[in-house]
Write a protein that binds this ligand. Structure first.
Ligand code: F6R
Length: 358
């Protein structure tokens, strides 16, 4: 049950450290990754990767696509419902379905199309025995525990972490791939990551930020690099449970159109974590000059004065993981805003937890 919580969503946000410990348990060993489901050598012969997913899982796939591409494996993330003859598929293709429920019809359909074109298949899912686990050649379970709120929260975080471990395995198995140079340091940061989430949850000011921005006409989320998928995810969660107008943009794209939407009655949530945070700060400044209110989601110690009216801080971690912490702040902003507006948080209108029609 919900216990002391008003909503499952809130309970599941708070359960992220525990969910992540489940995802990571026994899977990191010094500078190597140990996945029972995928022993070393599993991915020999893989030359490129297609990630197939919908909604929040697609945003997790976008993060993983960047990681895999940087590890030397050309990777594309596709919205499963749009995966039709877009790129060549053959035996050197690894098609990975990313789906929390394992039952999403669009994702299962895309996986079947990949298999029919001779791709090798894998699944990343939370639900043991789900349809996807029966259809894919092999399955990696994210082990986040059951998620009841319709809005995916802890499972997004655990999916990204599970995909990070999978990236390591694919990169070391495949000829094309190279394991990152800072693997030992990165994997140590991953092991400590549940503690960073815990620290964030204990110190967040997300509720105040929600109260201050509740009445605005629109809410825009901007980020670049690993923070771009986080901007998309922040906006999806926000529209899903608050029913307010929210959009996520690549921060560099603002000036190519969306800036026309920015007024004194809007809020821009600027994701300033990660290697490219300073560049996004410049883009936030351009929005600020048009009178918008800026909320920064920034690492400890970053000077955001002059641009941001408010700031949500993110504890220290590896820069490639900091966006995931920023995302937890955005989950909380969405939750508190929806709460303040009296929305049906665990069961938003018109939505279902798993979408079993194409
Ligand atoms: C958003 C959300 C949906 C799902 C999407 C895919 O909070 O929950 O966007 O992410 O329907 O679901 P799965 O991951 O079960 O395939």
């Amino acid at each position: 049950g919900k216990g002391e919580y008003d909503h499952y969503m809130r309970k599941e946000i708070d359960a992220q450290p525990e969910a992540l410990r489940g995802t990571l348990a026994g899977r990191i060993d010094g500078d190597d990754v140990h996945l029972e489901e995928f022993p070393p050598g599993t991915f020999e012969g893989v030359e490129h990767v297609h990630l197939l997913a919908c909604g929040t899982s697609y945003h997790a796939a976008l993060v993983a696509a960047r990681q895999l591409t940087r590890a030397g494996l050309p990777t594309s993330a596709f919205r499963a419902s749009e995966y039709y003859d877009l790129q060549p598929v053959d035996e050197s293709t690894l098609a990975v379905a990313v789906t929390q429920s394992g039952e999403t019809a669009d994702t299962l359909g895309a996986l079947r199309r990949a298999r029919e074109a001779d791709a090798r298949t894998a699944a990343v899912t939370n639900v043991v025995g789900s349809s996807v686990s029966r259809e894919a050649d092999d399955t990696l379970y994210i082990r986040a525990g059951p998620e009841i709120g319709v809005a995916a929260t802890k499972t997004f975080t655990s999916q990204v972490v599970a995909l990070t471990l999978l990236t390591h395995r694919i990169a070391s198995d495949s000829e094309a791939g190279t394991v990152r140079e800072d693997a030992a340091e990165f994997l140590a940061a991953l092991e400590a990551f549940p503690n960073a989430v815990e620290e964030l949850l204990a110190t967040t000011d997300a509720r105040t930020v929600s109260d201050d921005n509740m009445g605005r006409d629109a809410h825009f989320f901007i980020g670049r690099d690993f923070e771009y998928p986080v901007a998309l995810e922040g906006a999806l969660k926000f529209k899903e449970i608050t029913y307010e107008h929210a959009e996520g943009f690549a921060s560099g794209e603002l000036k190519h159109g969306p800036l026309a939407l920015v007024t004194t009655d809007t809020t821009v949530y600027a994701l300033l974590t990660g290697e490219r945070g300073e560049e996004t700060l410049k883009n936030a400044e351009e929005a600020k000059a048009r009178g918008t209110h800026v909320v920064a989601i920034a690492p400890e110690g970053m000077d955001v004065g002059g641009v941001a009216g408010e700031v949500l801080r993110v504890p220290d971690t590896h820069p490639d993981l900091a966006g995931l912490l920023a995302n937890v702040q955005l989950q909380l902003v969405s939750y508190h805003t929806a709460y303040g507006l009296g929305r049906s948080i665990d069961k938003p209108r018109n939505l279902a937890k798993s979408v079993t029609v194409e």
